[in-house]
Ligand binder design. Structure first.
Ligand code: NDP
Ligand code: GDR
Length: 350
């Protein structure tokens, strides 16, 4: 039975990847960090919390010694490093913590692999945020990087460290440059889920309006379970490499807002500009969206659209879910959760 460590099992991708690996017959060691309240709602939602082949292991990415003991005690064949301080907005307020977790954390794991067993295969969760102020459209594995946040800079460090350990020590280090991927299990602070949760609340009369930041930003949004499958494929390849995973279509935050309200039967009209922009519900005339500059970032990533030709041709990976279907699925999940809190689980509220 193959054995895999998934760091960050309490996050969106960690939960989906653990589910996939369990389905494939792996023994999975899912790492979580100690907190005063348990944070297992996602693996509970997926029904894998008590799976006999899943072991939950306490581990903090910032502790170098803990990386060594983790590998020694679990003896994995594969390590998927998904844990990170992953929220771009917060990285501006906590640049040092973000760098320690998101930048140095993966280095501790790479160094532990070198010391404990250099045959362990390693996946690093890299990101389209490394492209930042984009230098070419669409972005490929060869597009120059220009990160625009402490998060993007920290991820770029970890990306190059993965390549460096590949080239220096022959470690099987794969780096997946993943564009945004979402799901009903997305954290509430990220814009898609913030929108779909608010739309469901507004539809049910539980909230009046949602405040957002930059509506002009464009993202290449895909469906998370398809992306974790790509991670697994990267570690099954003959050679370690760097791969972009993306859908190849891009959508503005404003259009995602429009789509989400439509999915709940609400037509919007946008009016005003920049920080004065709002959107009204055409049926009631009520303002349901308002821009609040407090959600602007000191430096923004304006446009992301990825070209995943390498992953398609070499790994046979392809995204299947359109942004419209993804958005509808997320709105419906949030409506269900609010209407039937017991049946649908807490979905991020505890
Ligand atoms: P989440 O924010 O949902 O999950 C992050 C995970 O990291 C959580 O389990 C979190 O634990 C854990 N974590 C945070 N700090 C530490 C620490 N110091 N030690 C151990 N664990 C820690 O992220 P996603 O699932 O969305 O993303 C997974 C990975 O992929 C991240 O590295 C992210 O940066 C990257 N990525 C994500 C993309 C996306 O669109 N989702 C796109 C490209 C890259 P806790 O629950 O306790 O906070
Ligand atoms: P991102 O995702 O920064 O791309 O990082 P996020 O959903 O936070 O922002 C996407 C875009 O929406 C704009 N925006 C807002 N964002 C948030 N969170 N809240 C708002 O109210 C709001 N209004 C507008 C943002 O300015 C931005 O342009 C995600 C994370 O998962 C990273 O870990 C990952 O690496 C990248 O995707 C790829």
């Amino acid at each position: 039975m193959p054995k895999a460590i998934v760091t960050g099992i309490t996050g969106q991708d960690g939960a989906y990847l653990a589910q996939l690996l369990l389905q494939k017959g792996y023994q999975v060691f899912g790492t979580y960090r100690r907190s005063s309240a348990p944070n297992f709602w996602r693996i509970r939602e997926l029904g894998i919390q008590h799976h006999p082949q899943l072991r939950l292991v306490e581990y903090d990415l910032t502790d170098p010694g803990a990386a060594v003991s983790l590998l020694q005690s679990c003896e994995p064949d594969e390590v998927y490093n998904l844990a990170a301080q992953s929220f771009v907005g917060v990285s501006f307020q906590q640049p040092t913590t973000t760098s320690q977790i998101t930048g140095m954390g993966p280095l501790h794991l790479l160094e532990a692999i070198r010391l404990v067993n250099s045959r362990i295969r390693f996946y690093q969760a890299s990101t389209s945020e490394m492209f930042g102020k984009v230098q070419a459209v669409p972005q490929t594995e060869d597009t120059p990087f220009y990160p625009r946040s402490p998060y993007g800079v920290a991820k770029l460090f970890a990306h190059w460290m993965t390549i460096n350990y590949r080239e220096s020590y022959g470690i099987f280090g794969a780096s997946g440059i993943l564009f945004n991927h979402e799901s009903p299990l997305r954290g509430l602070e990220f814009v898609t889920r913030k929108i779909t949760d608010a739309v469901a609340r507004i539809r049910l009369g539980l909230q009046e309006c949602v405040e957002l930041g930059n509506l002009d930003a464009k993202r290449d949004w895909g469906y998370a379970p398809e992306y974790v499958e790509g991670m697994w494929r990267m570690l099954q390849a003959d050679q370690p490499d760097t791969y972009v995973l993306a859908t190849g279509t891009t959508t503005s935050v404003r259009d995602f807002v429009r789509m989400a309200f439509q999915a709940a039967g609400i037509e919007l009209q946008f009016q005003g500009q920049a920080e004065h922009e709002t959107a009204i519900d055409l049926a009631t005339g009520k303002t349901v969206v308002r821009v609040n500059p407090k959600f602007y970032r000191p430096a923004e990533v304006d446009l992301l659209i990825g070209d995943s030709t390498r992953a398609r041709t070499r790994l046979g990976w392809a995204p299947r879910t359109s942004v419209e279907d993804l958005c509808r699925m997320m709105v419906q999940a949030d409506l269900r959760r609010l209407q039937h809190p017991q049946g649908a689980g807490d979905m991020g509220r505890t």
